[in-house]
Ligand binder design. Structure first.
Ligand code: AMP
Ligand code: GLY
Length: 445
């Protein structure tokens, strides 16, 4: 399909979106704050602009008379980008501000689930003072998670027993949130802590259709063996059967049901959600729980599924944005592994402005696809920022093969970079299967 498409965002997820749009014939116009070499190469025109500068982005869109827009990151949507574009007559893949609250307010998401009796909701308390917080800590018997209400770039959630060592830590963090309004609110959520294995289900959504992409597992912790601070995501994998080895068919069906019911609840609230809906789930002893919803694709999870999509992605996006029905998209029956190369010190004290070199032909010859993330190209050279640099993704017949391909390809990227090598390795996946078996107290299928 031929269409002029505005793409907002300059990370690895957006490079993967750009590649899928380009493959299906879109003429790309890219608005991003960094000079992502992968997107720049695919686009007809680029505007370097902060993604939250709604006027700047809209001006660019109208100047080039784009047919529709695809928004990669959440902040512009939470700030009303889709509303601003719609005022200019430009439909958007990405919900209006009212729908973006599903990610922008963790309280809105939990209340929606509670009010519509959507399965998978966890027990939670909204608290606005230290006294209330302490009471909630007690009610959950010290087994809880603290969440700021609004956006924190994925770094606001703290889990008791992991990031928080004791009740004093928890009280201190609650005080910080209240005093510094972390997450744009002086309220916070205290939730019951769920034990289980996390997985991601990404859906394509509008008021006429809801369709799904293969399940993916992300790795949020910085270091091998799932240790260290949480990050945006160090890498991810998906399996050739589109499910994950520790997930049952029933879990998968339940996750889909939760997404369907959530979209239906949004519709009943008068919110016609048009965009990607990302469900972060936890498979737990008593079924599937929702950790959070995002109003966008995941990063890195977008790289896994968009590397495999064989349907016309431009047509799919056009349909989502215009409220037209669409069929289940097709994906190549392959496994994928994605490993992110990040600047040394990422998540702690990242080394920005360091030159890196990427031998793309070498990566491709290893059976992988390179996606550039938050790097800058200046005069043909590529420099790191404080965020993730390059994603290397392999589609292959099995996760093991994909993982080996990625490891081979990594030697084609040079610079002061760090990688979690354990992602996609059988040893780590086996641990997840064992963990789930212990939690369920029986064999998984
Ligand atoms: P989020 O930013 O909401 O994705 O949360 C970051 C991480 O905190 C998740 O990936 C989980 O590992 C953990 N987490 C969030 N909510 C819970 C919960 N209710 N129980 C256990 N872990 C949680
Ligand atoms: N990979 C986690 C996220 O995109 O939120």
């Amino acid at each position: 399909m031929y269409a002029k498409v505005l793409l907002i965002g300059g990370g690895g997820r957006e490079h993967a979106i750009a590649a899928a749009l380009h493959r299906s014939g879109a003429k790309l116009f890219a608005a991003m704050r960094n000079r992502n070499p992968g997107i720049m190469r695919l686009a007809e025109k680029v505007k370097i602009v902060p993604e939250n500068d709604l006027n700047g982005v809209c001006e660019f869109a109208t100047a080039h008379q784009v047919d529709f827009a695809v928004c990669g990151p959440e902040d512009p949507l939470v700030n009303g980008l889709a509303d601003a574009l719609r005022q200019q007559g430009i439909p958007c893949v990405g919900p209006l501000q009212s729908g973006a609250r599903i990610e922008g307010s963790k309280l809105f998401a939990r209340e929606l689930m509670k009010n519509y009796r959507i399965p998978g909701c966890v027990d939670y308390r909204m608290v606005g003072s230290l006294e209330e917080a302490k009471r909630a800590f007690n009610e959950f018997n010290g087994n809880f998670v603290i969440k700021p209400i609004g956006l924190t770039g994925g770094k606001g959630v703290k889990v008791m027993g992991e990031h928080l060592k004791n009740i004093e830590d928890a009280v201190g963090y609650a005080r910080d949130i209240i005093e510094k309004k972390i997450g744009q609110s002086q309220n916070l959520l205290v939730e019951e802590k769920i034990e289980g294995e996390e997985f991601t289900l990404q859906a394509f959504v509008n008021e006429k259709s809801v369709q799904f992409s293969p399940l993916v597992q992300d790795h949020k912790r910085l270091f091998e063996g799932d240790t260290g601070p949480n990050t945006g995501g160090m890498g991810s994998y998906s399996c050739e059967d589109f499910i994950l080895p520790f997930i049952t068919e029933r879990d998968y069906e339940m996750a889909k049901e939760i997404i369907f019911r959530t979209v239906e609840a949004l519709n009943r609230e008068g919110i016609n959600y048009r965009g990607f809906l990302y469900g972060q789930f936890m498979a737990a002893r008593d079924g599937v729980k929702v950790i959070e919803f995002n109003c966008r694709l995941g990063d890195p999870e977008a790289t896994n599924v968009l590397t495999l999509i064989t349907s016309d992605f431009t047509d799919l996006c056009w349909r989502i944005a215009n409220g037209e029905s669409f069929a289940q998209p097709e994906f190549e029956r392959k496994a994928t592994v994605c490993k992110y190369l990040v600047p040394e010190g990422y998540g702690i004290k990242p080394l920005a402005n360091e030159e890196i070199t990427v031998n793309e032909q070498g990566i491709i010859a290893s059976g992988c696809v390179p996606y550039y993330a938050m790097v800058n190209e200046e005069n043909g050279r590529i420099y790191t920022t404080t965020s993730r640099a390059v994603a290397v993704v392999s589609p292959a017949d099995t996760v093991s093969l994909a993982e080996k391909n990625v490891e081979n390809a990594l030697k084609h990227v040079h610079g002061k970079l760090f990688v979690r090598h354990d992602i996609g390795k059988m040893e780590l996946i086996r641990k997840r299967i064992e963990h789930m078996k212990r939690i369920r107290g029986k064999e998984t299928n």
